[in-house]
Design a protein around this ligand. Structure first.
Ligand code: GDD
Ligand code: MG
Length: 337
């Protein structure tokens, strides 16, 4: 498992306006881009070379990571002019692979504590052509539903169905034999979940179940929760070594009498005024939270001004938004400048 493909070309529609100028995978969790957490996890498991399959805001990835020197990985970019879907993205990225052995392929919007080494072992031992990381969830409707036989072999792949046949879902991390990648047509829009897996299961696809921490970062609520979970230690990331927890306080200016609780992340240049409460939230650089304002379970972008006494709950606020004193913001709102 020395090579990987990271799928980071989606538009992040459900995260708007946070994804208007920043691709979803680069939004910060505990102050560090999701992609960095994922790349360092892959590196810790022995991956040395990663092809990033990009499309939406592709340039931003290369600008941030270059050839990967800082992370100690070799990074290559496979850019789709028009998004090719997850299967088309894998085929396109496959052209940039140059090693041997199974390839790790993972969705760019997932944080997971499962063991890549164990998943690899299961792949090798089972002799499958592909091995999928699976995790149990309460409501499987928004995911790929993956039933298994008694030997852990995948019997069907049912993407986003109304009546899931099992609560085991595709957690978005695969090991593929190279022949599978080579078998996908180039320059064709195709979904790995809807078109390729249903065919592959007729051969041999293995399931690797893990009950470890797992989250899909499809919504602002999920991002906020994952960030808090990393800060509070509920979720582990090898990138945490780079996170100077004091920086959370040092980089931000918190007035006496303000309360910062619940694994909140305050980026540099954030100013919190007296009597304000920021709970279980992410607040990006240079944002101001006014006196006695209350921000809960929310993701607040850069350079936002939140007036005195304003109450925010479960909201996503885009960069540069101004919320004056007295403004009422409904729970769950998405606001852009
Ligand atoms: N390069 C490229 N091109 N990447 C893409 C494209 C594309 O056309 N479309 C999606 N992606 C990337 C996204 O950036 C994301 O990292 C990943 O593929 C999955 O896409 P999502 O849009 O986040 O899919 P989802 O969350 O609805 O469902 C997927 O993930 C679930 C688990 O989190 C599926 O794989 C489900 O089966 C799975 O259960
Ligand atoms: Mg997703």
């Amino acid at each position: 498992m020395s090579e990987a493909i990271l799928l980071v070309g989606g538009q992040g529609t459900r995260l708007r306006p946070l994804t208007d100028s920043m691709p979803k995978p680069l939004l910060p969790l505990a102050g560090i881009a999701c992609t960095t957490h994922q790349l360092l996890k892959a590196k810790a498991a022995g991956v040395t070379r990663v092809v990033l399959a990009t499309s939406y805001l592709a340039d931003v990835f290369e600008a941030q990571y270059g050839a990967g020197e800082e992370l100690g990985l070799e990074l290559v970019y496979a850019v789709e002019k028009e998004p090719l879907g997850t299967g088309g993205a894998i085929a396109n990225a496959g052209q940039f692979l140059n090693g041997n052995g199974p390839v790790l392929i993972f969705n760019g919007d997932v944080i997971s504590n499962h063991s890549l080494e164990d998943q690899y072992r299961v792949h090798e031992e089972s002799g499958a052509i592909a091995t999928l990381h699976l995790t149990p969830v309460e409501d499987a409707r928004a995911y790929g539903c993956v039933p298994l036989d008694e030997k852990g072999r995948v019997t069907a792949f049912l993407e986003k169905m109304d009546n899931p046949v099992t609560n085991l879902i595709n957690a978005g991390c695969y090991l593929f034999d190279r022949s599978v990648i080579e078998g996908i047509g180039l320059n064709t829009v195709i979904s790995v979940e809807r078109e390729i897996f249903p065919e592959l299961v007729k051969r041999h696809v293995q399931g690797y179940i893990s009950n470890e921490y797992w989250i899909d970062l499809g919504t602002p609520e999920a991002f906020t929760r994952a960030s808090a979970d990393i800060i509070s230690g509920r979720a582990f990331s090898p990138a945490l070594g780079q996170l100077n927890l004091e920086f959370l306080a040092d980089g931000a200016d918190v007035a006496p009498g303000a309360a910062i609780t619940g694994g909140t992340f305050l980026d540099k240049g954030v100013k919190i005024d007296a009597g304000a409460l920021v709970h279980h939230s992410v607040v990006l650089a240079d944002t101001y939270v006014g006196e006695s304002a209350k921000v809960e379970n929310s993701f607040v972008g850069r350079g936002v001004r939140i007036g005195a006494g304003v109450r925010l709950k479960n909201v996503a606020i885009g960069d540069g938004v101004v919320l004056s004193e007295g403004v009422e913001v409904p729970e769950g709102a998405r606001i852009s400048a």
